[in-house]
Design a protein around this ligand. Structure first.
Ligand SMILES: *Cc1c(COP(=O)(O)O)cnc(C)c1O
Length: 305
């Protein structure tokens, strides 16, 4: 499960990578690990209908649809309508699965979730909304669990190799993955920096979500600083700049490493720039959080040209 290895040298830093994109179901990634914990919680609570919400390029929606199908649960996926043309692969996977798809504007999420919950109940199901209450909070303790476990895998690797990662870098969206890792560090009394490179939110919103999630996981306040960097968003969620796209192409052609321009490509690019800016040396860890369908999207569009 550890999947950690040395990737490359960059300036004075030794970059290691944790390939959570290589987990063995639905293209892996952090969302498969996270939704596996959701499924366990559903079973514990006797639920049999999973409701997910996210963008049309959301890896969470795809992992939710695939895992619900595997378990024999019914599933509703609510997509944030964006008016963009074409169908991203993640949306396509959901449509090909047994899940029902619903589209709504970003200001109508709560009503749409409430409607989906009601409808499932009318059908005699016991529904479960992945984020908790219809306002999108409350399930942080479940959503962060997987990456508290992942933190222990990182520790095991460090002990077995006799090294210690100075920083851990990853792409951060809702902050659930970063919160899980931070909770792991806090419970071991570690102070090292876990750096989330934001792919969407600004620092304030991202940091608040992480604080809330850490409280839900640890039941206490923490003084560990939250590093949620919003300066590498290159145009916001779903957008990307030339530099990120070129880095994705270079890492794919030269290292066989698939990075997508929406999540991991931005994070990897942000990490390199942080290594430059802070002149970091020694072992640094990048967590590859998955998102292979986004690599397909980029490849179909312009990445290989
Ligand atoms: C969702 C996602 C992230 C961000 O994870 P959060 O827990 O929402 O912060 C990072 N990388 C990929 C590939 C993702 O799909």
């Amino acid at each position: 499960m550890k999947n950690i290895s040395f990737l490359m040298k960059y300036k004075d830093a030794d970059i290691y990578i944790k390939r959570d994109d290589l987990l063995g179901f639905s293209f892996g990634g952090n969302k498969v690990r996270i939704v596996e914990k959701v499924i366990l919680d559903m079973k514990k609570k006797g639920c049999d209908h999973l409701i997910s919400y996210g963008s049309r390029t959301s890896n969470l929606n795809r992992a939710a649809a695939h895992l619900a199908e595997r378990e024999g649960f019914s599933c509703t996926v609510i997509f944030k309508e964006d008016g963009r043309e074409g169908m991203p692969f993640n949306e396509w996977f959901v449509k090909e699965s047994g899940a029902e798809s619903i589209y709504c504007g970003p200001d109508r999420v709560r009503e749409t979730v409430e409607g989906a919950l009601r409808k499932a109940e009318e059908l005699g199901k016991k529904p479960y909304y992945i984020y908790g209450t219809p306002d999108g909070t409350g399930n942080e303790a479940v959503l962060t669990e997987a990456y508290t476990e992942a933190y222990d895998e990182i520790l095991e690797f460090e002990v077995s190799e006799g090294i210690s990662f100075d920083h851990i870098f990853l792409a951060s969206g809702t902050g659930m993955t970063q919160s899980g890792l931070m909770a792991g560090a806090i419970s071991h009394g570690h102070k090292r920096e876990i750096v989330g490179i934001s792919v969407a939110r600004d620092e304030k919103k991202g940091t608040e979500a992480i604080k809330r999630a850490l409280y839900a996981r640890l039941h206490r306040e923490t003084d560990l600083r939250i590093h949620f960097l919003d300066g590498y968003r290159s145009g916001g969620y779903g957008a990307s700049d030339q530099e990120v796209r070129e880095l994705c192409r270079h890492m794919l052609s030269g290292h066989g490493l698939p990075l997508d321009p929406v999540y991991t490509g931005k994070a990897f690019s942000g990490m390199l720039r942080e290594i430059d800016r802070k002149k970091l040396s020694g072992p640094q860890l990048f967590i590859h959080t998955g998102g292979l369908p986004g690599v397909f999207d980029a490849a179909c569009k312009d990445m290989l040209s």
